[in-house]
Design a protein around this ligand. Sequence first.
Ligand SMILES: Cc1cc2nc3c(=O)[nH]c(=O)nc-3n(C[C@H](O)[C@H](O)[C@H](O)COP(=O)(O)OP(=O)(O)OC[C@H]3O[C@@H](n4cnc5c(N)ncnc54)[C@H](O)[C@@H]3O)c2cc1C
Length: 458
Amino acid sequence: MEQFNPNQIDYFRSLLGPERFSTGDSNRQLHLHDISFHKGKLPAAVAWPKTTEEVARLLTFAYQEDIPITPWGAGTSTEGNPVPTRGGLVVDLTQMDRIIAIRPEDLQADVQPGVLRKELNRQCGRHGLFFPPDPGADATIGGMIANNASGVQTVKYGATKDYIMYLVVVLPDGEIVHTGCKAPKSSAGYDLTRLFVGSEGTLGIVTQATLRLAGIPAHHLAATITFNGLEEASRAVAVMMGSGLAPAALELLTPGLIRLMNREKALGLPETPSLFCEFHGISAATLAETALLAEELCRDCGATAFSSGVAEDERRELWRARHEAWETIHRAHPKKETLIVDAAVPISCYPQMVLFSQQQVDDHHAVGYVFGHAGDGNLHVVLVGDPADSNEWQTLEAINEAIVSRAIEHGGTCTGEHGIGIGKRKYMQKEHGPGYALMKRIKDLLDPKGLMNPGKIF
Ligand SMILES: Cc1cc2nc3c(=O)[nH]c(=O)nc-3n(C[C@H](O)[C@H](O)[C@H](O)COP(=O)(O)OP(=O)(O)OC[C@H]3O[C@@H](n4cnc5c(N)ncnc54)[C@H](O)[C@@H]3O)c2cc1C
């Protein structure tokens, strides 16, 4: 559906006013792409609601008129998750950006879905609190909930799903429901909150959330650890995880990526397989002891250098460089697109997966950078190429396919954190078997007309 009829346009305009409903070409184009290469279909219009009631009225009308709906956060997804595939209406949630309340005494915040993660953490920081899930991008809370986003600190603090207590959701036909509660625990029936977390806007639109917050740790200690080989580095990950040291971040980097980071940011890091690691604790003395033990374990695994006690500025720079890995790769390969592999496996299989992935890149003579949130068994390979060059792109697809298939065979997943969107649909049957058909039955129950974010997950 690339155009609305005059009655439909009148309805939307009268509900939101001309400044919050647009059929203009540039607004429609701006809501056609996330950061991936996935192609969509131009929406007929974009709407910017501000309240739950406005979302409910939008969806009630769209349901009556059979209008496909695509929710939109900050558009930073990597698998085409917010890309409209059947045109229709894009519901951009960025004007629902109110932090309704921060309740430090409960360690909770009530927010609208368009609140940006970094702004939320700025405000929570005043109370000594933070919202730990941390995808590199400045995503919206709604987009993070919908993708169940996570990041470098997930190894200690958990993913978005672990921080969502209560939701207000507008279902595809416009009905408003709430899920969960604000008590720290509950065993009251089905966990509907978890059903909506990770559902990528295919079951409804989240219009309010109550988030769990954590205390900002008093002390941090960062370390960089280098190894001669990838196998030793990835083996050290499982050893660290089994040691009880509970790192707050444990990232694997390979020489190709470190080379790009050094070139761009003059970090002066050794260009060998490395771990970036961080610990959080109540005192500098505890952290110093932790670092000693971590060094001993890593040296036993073949570490050639262990540099801890990185100064605060340097620590920030290190993590900034790691968070910007994807942008750094893009800047190093202008005019190319990236295909991002995002597999995750049980931690014992991580060394095999890392070696297999690097081997795939090398054997195919592809341009690809292997790294990952190693402590979570989460492996990324950013493959670089040109989708218009069908031979080259097919090679990248084949590498992705091989890595994902291997991860699923190990009992892992086709996506550790980026979600299914368009790109990972083809792996759902293999990963879930009959469970995939059950997901479809749930989808059909809540969205019998298939109007909510069509073409995603299924
Ligand atoms: C440089 C870079 C690094 C990244 N690193 C990570 C990482 O480490 N970990 C990670 O997990 N991700 C990462 N991402 C991916 C991305 O940032 C996350 O998936 C993020 O959660 C997307 O949020 P968004 O606000 O951009 O949502 P969008 O991309 O706009 O939308 C995401 C999905 O949510 C749906 N949606 C949006 N709002 C709502 C709502 N209110 N109700 C229902 N559905 C909704 C959309 O339809 C879509 O399906 C990275 C992205 C970039 C660009």
